[in-house]
Write a protein that binds this ligand. Structure first.
Ligand SMILES: Cc1ncc(COP(=O)(O)O)c(C=O)c1O
Length: 414
């Protein structure tokens, strides 16, 4: 049963957003002299009350609240308490109702995207290993699969931590125990003792999901110290709904944090990555030098738009949890439909049964056809795979055009 996430009418959303904006300080009504911030530039952006009165998101954009810092712990900037409370509720919806955490037991914030949220997690665990266990920088490793997103490469580079990628099965993209053991063994021989493991909840190219039970089993068998972050940038608003038995939740004690991206499956504006972590860990990246920020800063980003949090909160509350299940159910049905058509045509592809990404082997589809439908390759110079991503706008009426073209080519070959 959902605890925080409830469906709300458009009128209710409007009322709550406008009330929150009123609880923020107003650059118009108050004498705000001390902050390097203001409402959006009124030479360009219409501030007309009549124009904005039915538009809570646009009103938030125009009023431009800054959500700098993390609002799930300690104090925050008092200027924007109204909209901070909306962000706090959004974090709770994601941590509790989507990822099955207990109320009040997670921290989090709206990051610029999945990249930042992944880097934030790795930054926290690096500092945790150093501060709590006396780890040397050179003894810490990031470990993830070859299918993981390239933000792990960025994190490795930025934070100066070695990155080890284990190979997956080339056909079913699954974690292979022997490959994982081999990679950990290599890292150990290179002096690594502390492992920041990033597990995938739907990979970028394949939509594949890592076997968390196997990963934890191997890490324990190998007797290494580890922290696990789950990259659900793509899958976070999909997989928990397509697989209700998911083990990638806060109920799993081995997992400490998650990345979810609302600007992918939730169709929110860019700038809406979501970082969630069990309480007691985000403090390892508190930048105490942020002394002019009320409550200091536990985030990587610094200033960020409060309108982004409001957009995601509105999207989730307008749909409600059951609406979200229905949305994912329809995408699953479309993905199943396309899989069946590809099976009939003997086209080689990969799809995890809980996912809406269908990745076709490049040998099974002409380059021109892939380009005609804007299918994204795994590699632009030497593609081995092309993916179809079944988003909201990718209806069966669109998918059938691709299927018909594939049928034509098949009939010409036979
Ligand atoms: C699995 C995964 N992680 C991280 C990211 C990075 O997200 P962003 O582009 O929002 O930084 C992506 C983006 O495609 C992704 O698919």
């Amino acid at each position: 049963m959902n605890q925080v996430w409830i469906k709300k009418s458009q009128d209710k959303l409007k009322e709550e957003v406008f009330r929150a904006l009123e609880e923020n300080v107003s650059y118009i009504d108050k004498s705000i002299l001390g902050v390097p911030a203001s409402y959006l530039n009124d030479k360009v952006f219409n501030q007309d009350v009549a124009f904005l009165k039915d538009a809570p998101f646009l009103s938030a954009l125009v009023q431009n609240p800054n959500h700098i810092g993390c609002h799930t712990l300690g104090a925050s900037e008092s200027f924007f308490t109204g909209t901070h409370a909306i962000e706090k509720e959004l974090i709770e919806i994601c941590a509790v109702d989507i990822l099955k955490g207990n109320i009040g037991e997670q921290d989090g914030y709206i990051a610029s995207g999945g990249t930042e949220a992944n880097i934030q997690a790795i930054w926290i665990y690096r500092n945790y290993f150093q501060k709590e266990l006396g780890a040397e920088q050179s003894e810490i490793a990031i470990i993830c699969s070859e299918d993981s997103h390239y933000s792990m490469d960025k994190a490795s580079n930025l934070l100066s931590i070695s990155l080890y990628k284990y190979l997956v099965d080339q056909e079913d993209r699954s974690v292979k125990k022997e490959c994982l053991i081999e990679t950990i063994a290599l890292a150990k021989t290179e002096g690594k003792k502390y492992f920041i493991f990033v597990a995938n909840m739907m990979t970028t190219m394949f939509g594949s999901i890592d076997d968390i039970e196997l990963i934890v089993e191997v890490l324990k068998e190998q007797e290494v110290l580890f922290k696990i972050h789950v990259d659900g940038a793509y899958g976070g608003f999909y997989y928990p709904f397509s697989n209700e038995e998911s083990l990638l939740t806060f109920k799993n004690p081995a997992i400490s944090s998650f990345t979810l991206d609302a600007h992918k499956m939730a169709q929110s504006p860019y700038g809406t990555g979501i970082f969630l972590i069990r309480k007691g860990l985000i403090e390892y990246v508190n930048t105490k030098e942020a002394s002019y920020v009320e409550g200091e800063d536990f985030t990587l980003i610094g200033s960020r738009s409060g309108a982004n949090a409001i957009a995601v909160w509105m999207i989730l509350c307008k749909n409600g949890p059951f609406g979200w299940y229905e949305k994912i159910f329809i995408l699953q049905k479309r993905a199943e439909w396309l899989s069946k058509q590809l099976d009939k045509l003997n086209i080689a592809y990969y799809r995890n049964s809980f996912s809406n990404i269908i990745t076709i082997k490049s040998a099974s589809i002409e380059k021109d056809l892939a380009e005609k439908y804007y299918l994204v390759p795994d590699n632009h110079t030497k593609p081995k795979w092309y993916k179809v991503v079944i988003m909201e706008h990718v209806t069966v009426d669109l998918l059938i055009l691709l299927v018909q073209d594939l049928e034509k080519i098949n009939s010409l070959k036979s």
